[in-house]
Design a protein around this ligand. Structure first.
Ligand code: NAD
Length: 364
């Protein structure tokens, strides 16, 4: 759910009137009565769309929603401009305006709008819980009258926001944790959480872009990572994979052979399943067994923790909205670094280069 009741009050403070699609908050634990008590009006989807100046959403709108919008309506949400730019054609063709939260630059001023980090935090936590539930072993070291049980060993691949949260969660459950990331800067963060950072000699190549994201690596560099990962996966009980490169297929880190060499009963949770997966055997959206190893390829983990995912997302959106609403009126300064960065299209212009290229338009 894009807006939680707590955000309604904040947005009303900006002078905005809030409409909520009736029943839309039910699955997140927000009742229509919570919204009306906070000062919003609930209504059917068509009425809502035809009257809105701004539409906030989690994922893209449905195809037949666009025709109901007023000209110049602003759409804000996870719009997948890098993964599926062609799917944004209705926004450009109808001269609507849209901002994609996944494009918000990761600068200090935009930290409160960082919805990718919010969702990654939830996903990293839940991946460990899902693994623990399936693992036929306990996580913590236990010293019992029946003898000692050693702690589970967890390997985390990719130590960005999701990976770090997975490390912290696995540590809280008592596991021994190792982690790997191509960005050397991740090493300190991994160690500060009490995990061991695995290093691979990549020959001093640049692994990070200026936005702080990992770059796509050469096949040789990837192979060095895979060899090291295979060695450590063979002795791990759980492998959580989170490695992503924005706008590209997720890097392959765990080969079929590496999975064959894992212990029976071990569990892999591939959080990169939606962008192709870090494990060669992952089936996106499915849970499979291979040679005694359970492999989960969840596609939308935050949706399995709907209350807090919605609450965090709603706070991120509310911060973004505070940038474009002034005393109840829309005020969009396209010189603002955050708005420029997040823009998919603005009143028919400012089309994001990837979207323009996918639609066969000249790239600005
Ligand atoms: P992401 O989801 O794009 O990727 C997850 C992790 O996978 C990254 O740490 C990346 O380095 C790693 N990775 C990619 N290819 C790999 C490979 N071949 N082998 C091993 N690891 C690989 O990243 P993210 O979690 O969104 O975060 C990316 C960076 O942005 C991090 O440095 C994070 O700390 C930083 N960040 C900054 C801010 C901010 O300043 N506001 C907010 C959030 C994140």
């Amino acid at each position: 759910m894009a807006l939680a009741p707590e955000s309604v009050k904040k947005l009303a403070g900006l002078g905005a009137e809030i409409g909520i699609e009736a029943g839309a908050g039910d699955k997140a634990g927000f009742r229509d009565s919570d919204y009306t008590a906070a000062g919003a009006a609930t209504m059917d989807r068509a009425t809502l769309l035809s009257g809105a100046d701004i539409v906030t959403c989690v994922n893209r709108l449905e195809a037949d929603d666009y025709s109901k919008l007023k000209p110049n309506t602003v759409i804000i949400g996870f719009l997948k401009p890098l993964d599926d730019p062609a799917g944004l054609a209705p926004i450009v063709n109808k001269q609507l305006s849209a901002f994609a939260l996944e494009l918000v630059p990761r600068i200090t001023r935009a930290q409160s709008m960082d919805a990718l980090s919010s969702m990654a935090t939830v996903a990293g936590y839940k991946a460990v819980i899902d693994a623990a539930e399936r693992l036929p072993r306990l996580f913590p070291l236990l010293m019992t009258a029946a003898g000692t049980i050693p702690p589970a060993k967890v390997l985390v691949l990719g130590a960005g926001v999701a990976g770090l949260q997975a490390i912290a969660t696995a540590r809280r459950l008592g596991a021994v944790v190792e982690a790997y990331d191509v960005r050397a800067a991740a090493g300190e963060q991994v160690k500060s959480l009490g995990a061991k950072f695995l290093e691979v000699d990549l020959g001093g190549i640049q692994t990070e872009d200026k936005g702080g994201y990992a770059k796509e690596l050469s096949e040789e560099a990837l192979q060095r990572g895979r060899d090291m990962v295979a060695k450590h996966a063979a002795t791990s009980d759980v492998v959580i994979t989170t490695a992503q490169v924005p706008g590209r297929r997720a890097p392959l880190m765990l080969t079929e052979q590496a999975v064959q060499n894992m212990k029976p009963g071990s569990v892999i949770v591939d959080l990169a399943a939606s962008t192709g997966g870090n494990c060669a055997l992952t089936k996106p959206g499915e849970e499979i067994q291979n040679n005694g190893v359970t492999i989960l390829g969840p596609l939308n983990v935050p949706a399995t923790v709907p209350f807090h995912s919605s609450q965090l997302y709603s706070r991120n959106l509310t911060s973004f909205l505070a940038l474009i609403i002034d005393k109840g009126a829309l005020k969009i300064d396209m010189q603002d670094e955050i708005l420029k960065g997040a823009c998919v299209a603005f009143q028919g212009g400012n089309v994001h280069p990837k979207v323009a290229a996918a639609l066969g338009q000249p790239v600005a």
